[in-house]
Each structure stands twice: as structure tokens, then as C-alpha cells.
Design a protein around this ligand. Sequence first.
Ligand SMILES: [Cu+2]
Length: 143
Amino acid sequence: MLMQNKGLLIIIILVVLLVGGYFLFVGRTKTLPAPGSVTREVPFNGGEVVTSVRAVQLEGKEFSFTPSSISVKAGEKVRVSFTNAGSFPHNITFDGLNVASDTISPGESTTVEFTASESGTFNFYCSVGNHRAQGMEGSLEVE
Ligand SMILES: [Cu+2]
């Protein structure tokens, strides 16, 4: 009985060593999928989050953005993929963040990246012509 327990203990120790060794050799970071298409790069030792990228897909057309409101966390790196789904050139410009995409033709896509370090509500809009006044705007909530 005692010998059996010792055997079990040795097996457990071996498994722990193997698993631990696997994670040691697997690399410095490990990418974990998380809800809301957020990619978190976590050190293998499970320490604090080093970087977190929030990928946001936005479409613009005459004269709206879809979705018209997005929400991110303060300090999070935000990657906005903007697609022009309309028939005029459009862009996406963020008030108060000094972020604006190129103006793109119908059917094209572009990406802007930024880190919203302070919480608050920031409006975004299309700066082409009077598109904003016609409804091409939305809000970014940084919490
Ligand atoms: Cu526009």
C-alpha cells in the first residue's frame, strides 16, 4: 500500500516536471484567445498582461458607421479596420485622439492603431465634405 502511494507520487512529480518543462521551452509568451476578439499576450509565467490589442471592425457608408458605438478599455491598444462600404470616398477620424485614417475609395479598407490612455467618450466621424453633418459619426467609449 505504501509502495503504491510512492509510485503514484513519483508519477505525479514526473507529470509536473514534464508539463513545467514544456511551458519553459514553449517560449516567452503565449497567446490566449479571449472574448471580443481581444488578443492578450501573457508571459508564460502567468504574470501581468504585457500588451492587449482590441481589434475593431467598422464599416462606413452614406451616411453612417456600423457599429456606431464602440467600447474599449483605457490603455488598451486599439486596431480599427475601417471598410468603405459606400459609394463615395470616406475616412474615419477620431476627435480628441489625434487619429485619422486615410480617405479611402469605395470597397477599400484601411487600418488605424492607437492607444486610448484616458477614459472618456470620443466621437468619431468622416471628415469628407459634410458627411458628419449627414450622420456619419459615432462614439468611442474608453472605460
Ligand atoms: Cu464620408
